[in-house]
Design a binder for this molecule. Structure first.
Ligand code: GLY
Length: 357
């Protein structure tokens, strides 16, 4: 059973993964005139005490507070972060620690990279989704109007510290959300991961989880190392996300927010349906995939009448080019192909399939 801490490098950025690894990461927070930590109300309550317990000698010049949730990943929150950094007289020789999930690492990374033309930041992801995906790979930014991640830039963290102990702070829904992203790696590139994920429930904290997190971190690093700016291979990571992002925005606008993982799980069912009916693809047993997702995620509730709106949202996605919808499709489990142009009718059919079956 793999339990040893792991150090993986993505170009020059160290990624430390392990139980209690934060204790060994003290050098990554040293040498700055001021250290700030960005938290939301949840990570302030549940994760900051864990952080301070492990690293009691780190003195924060200020807590930078923001509100949790995708609906707050916007220009207003960004402006509030700049306001607080200004109030505490942060400078280019300061450090911002992003303590939280994907919203915190995306928005905190962007705030740090742009404040006074750039200060250092370290990501300490506390959600499973953040640990296996969002905190890795230099994507930073915020949503703008109804467009996800519309404003942002690629900016490297100084380090990414993945301490598995933070997963104890999550509720089951958040944990499942991260599992959806892990499943994505299994589908696109990692058959052994698919085998480990096998019959286990997606809301259990056990010793296999550590092994799975390490696999996902190294899968993501493998991809980003080859294609940081998402001109090719990185698009594989969008499996389930073309439909998933549209559904996430649809439910957010309808005031019935779903987690990112719940939306991606639905998107992966649709992308698998399209893959299974795609000529030359060998995705012969899609039932295994549907069944595995359904065992862990309830189907999202919407109706055929909502399809025009969902398709409209998909058209606005960054993955849509010249009005054409681009998908990552599965050739078979562990092997996928990015950038397949899929006609709208096939996408709509997959959504109807999702509603019917
Ligand atoms: N979350 C997808 C990516 O980092 O490219």
């Amino acid at each position: 059973m793999q339990k040893e801490p792991v150090l993986l490098n993505l170009k020059s950025v160290p990624h430390l993964v392990g139980e209690g690894i934060l204790k060994r990461a003290v050098s990554h927070f040293a040498g700055y005139s001021k250290v700030f930590v960005l938290v939301d109300e949840n990570t302030e309550r549940f994760c900051l005490p864990v952080f301070q317990d492990k690293l009691p000698d780190i003195h924060f010049a200020g807590l930078i507070r923001t509100k949790s949730g995708e609906s707050n990943k916007n220009m207003q929150s960004l402006s509030d972060i700049y306001e607080q950094l200004t109030h505490f007289k942060a400078g280019r020789d300061s450090l911002l620690i992003n303590l939280g999930g994907g919203v915190i690492t995306d928005m905190g990374g962007f705030a740090a990279a742009t404040f006074k033309r750039g200060m250092d930041f370290v990501n300490v992801p506390t959600t499973l989704l953040g640990q296996v995906d969002a905190a890795i790979g230099s994507k930073t930014g915020v949503d703008f109007k109804e467009y996800k991640n519309q404003v942002g830039l690629f900016a490297d963290a100084k380090a990414v510290i993945v301490d598995i102990d933070f997963l104890n702070t999550l509720d089951k829904r958040q944990l499942r959300s991260g599992f959806a992203e892990m499943l994505k790696y299994a589908f696109i590139m990692d058959v052994p991961l698919w085998e480990i994920m096998g019959n286990r429930p997606f809301d259990m904290l056990d010793s296999d989880l550590y092994r799975m997190v390490v696999r996902c971190v190294s899968d993501k690093i493998f991809i980003v190392e080859k294609d940081l700016r998402e001109s090719g291979m990185r698009k594989l990571l969008n499996f389930g996300h073309t439909v998933g992002h549209a559904l996430e925005t649809f439910f957010l606008k309808a005031d019935r927010p779903v987690t990112h993982g719940e939306a991606v799980a639905a998107g992966m069912i649709c992308a698998t349906r399209i893959s299974a009916r795609w000529p030359d693809f060998d995705c012969r047993s899609p039932e295994f995939i549907y069944e595995m997702i359904d065992r862990n995620f309830s189907r999202l509730v919407f109706s055929e009448e909502n399809l025009p709106e969902i398709m409209r949202l998909m058209q606005q996605d960054k993955k849509t080019k010249a009005g054409k919808l681009h998908f990552t499709l599965l050739k078979k489990i562990g092997n996928a192909m990015q950038d397949v142009v899929v006609p709208e009718e096939k996408v709509e059919e997959s959504l109807r399939f999702y509603l019917r079956n």
